[in-house]
Design a protein around this ligand. Structure first.
Ligand code: Q46
Ligand code: ZN
Length: 311
C-alpha cells in the first residue's frame, strides 16, 4: 500500500477515511485535520492565548504538540489530581513534555488546595464516586485558572471516541439538556467562563495514539485506576464493534448529530445563564456552586474528625 500523498510506502492505514500515509505525510494530515476543525468551528485565532488542559495522556499532549506546531500561543494547565502513583506519573510526564519544549505550564497540586482537595480525599469525605468529585473539581479549576490569568479560551484533548461515547450515553437516556450542550465549542454565558473548545473532536483515539507515537511523545500509558468499570468504556466498546463492522460510524454519528440533531435540542432547551457563587465568585446554578458545596463537605468531615480526636 502506498501513501496517498507522496506515493512512498505507507505505514499508517485509516480505514474510516479509506486512506494510507507514510509517517511524514501522516503528521501533515493530522495537523491539517486539527487546523480545519479550529477554523471551521471558529474555536480561536492566532491572536488568542489558549489554555490547554493537559493530563499527561496521549490526547492532551498530542493536542498541545499540534497547537504549538501550528503556531498557536499556548500555556498548559495540569491538575495534579492526587490519585496515587497514577497522578505522580501523569504530572512527571506533563512536566517533562513542557520542559523539553520550553513551554509554560501551570500545575495545580490539588492536595495543597483549600482543605486538601486530592480526588481520593474529596471522594471519601463526601461519599461521592471519584469521577463525580473529579468532574466538579476539574471544571472549577479549568474555569478558575482561566479567569485568574485572563485566558478567554480553554482547550481540552477530547477525541472522537470520547465524543461518540458521550453522545451515545446522552442519547440512551435522552438527556436533552446535555444534548443541547454537547458541542466542540461551548460559548461562555458568564463573565468568569472561558470558551471551551475540543480541537480533536474529529480525531479518533487510534489516530491520536499514532500521532503521539510518530512524534515521540512520552505520555502516561496507564489509565486512571478509577476508570475501571466506567460506563463510558462500555459505550466505547460498543462503538468500536460498530466501527469495525462499518468504518466511519463514529465520525458520522458525531458529525451528523452536530449538523442535524443538536439544533433541535438547542431551541427546546434554552437554559438560563448561571448566577454567581456567593463563596467563590464563579458561575453557579444556585447561591453556592457545586465545587464550594463539595469543599464545605470536605471541611465538615475534617472538622468532625478533629473534634473526635481531641474529644
Ligand atoms: S481522571 Fe478523574 Fe477521569 Fe480518573 S477520577 Fe474519573 S474522571 S477516571 S477522565
Ligand atoms: Zn463557588
Amino acid at each position: 500500500m502506498k501513501c496517498i500523498r507522496c506515493r512512498e510506502r505507507a505505514e499508517i492505514h485509516l480505514r474510516q477515511h479509506n486512506s494510507a500515509f507514510c509517517r511524514t505525510c501522516y503528521v501533515f494530515y493530522f495537523h491539517r485535520q486539527v487546523e480545519r476543525a479550529i477554523h471551521k468551528e471558529s474555536m480561536f485565532t492566532p491572536e488568542d492565548e489558549v489554555l490547554v488542559a493537559v493530563s499527561g495522556g496521549k490526547d492532551s499532549l498530542a493536542l498541545w504538540d499540534v497547537l504549538v506546531a501550528l503556531g498557536y500561543r499556548t500555556v498548559g494547565l495540569h491538575l495534579a489530581l492526587g490519585i496515587g502513583e497514577y497522578s505522580a506519573t501523569s504530572t512527571e510526564k506533563t512536566e517533562q513534555f513542557a520542559r523539553a519544549r520550553g513551554l509554560r505550564l501551570i500545575t495545580v497540586p490539588l492536595a495543597s488546595e483549600g482543605p486538601g482537595l486530592a480526588i481520593s480525599t474529596v471522594a471519601t469525605s463526601t461519599n461521592r464516586k471519584p469521577c463525580a468529585a473529579c468532574g466538579t473539581v476539574k471544571r472549577h479549576y479549568f474555569d478558575g485558572v482561566a479567569a485568574e490569568h485572563g485566558f478567554r479560551v480553554v482547550a481540552t484533548g477530547h477525541n472522537l471516541d470520547d465524543e461518540a461515547a458521550r453522545l451515545l450515553g446522552n442519547v440512551l437516556r435522552w438527556q436533552t439538556e446535555h444534548l443541547a450542550k454537547q458541542s466542540p465549542v461551548l460559548q461562555p454565558n458568564h463573565a468568569k467562563f472561558a470558551r471551551k473548545v475540543k480541537p480533536l473532536f474529529r480525531i479518533s483515539e487510534y489516530e491520536a495514539a499514532v500521532y503521539a507515537f510518530v512524534r515521540g511523545i512520552d505520555y502516561i500509558v496507564e489509565e486512571c485506576p478509577n476508570s475501571v468499570g466506567a460506563t463510558q468504556l462500555v459505550y466505547k466498546d460498543v462503538l468500536n464493534r460498530l466501527e469495525a463492522a462499518m468504518p466511519g460510524t463514529k465520525l458520522t454519528f458525531v458529525q451528523e448529530f452536530l449538523r442535524a440533531g443538536r439544533p433541535a435540542f438547542v431551541t427546546a432547551e434554552a437554559a438560563p445563564p448561571p448566577e454567581t457563587c456567593e463563596r467563590c465568585g464563579m458561575p453557579s446554578y444556585g447561591a453556592i456552586c457545586s465545587f464550594c458545596r463539595l469543599v464545605a463537605e470536605v471541611e465538615r468531615k475534617q472538622e468532625t474528625r478533629r473534634s473526635a480526636q481531641s474529644g
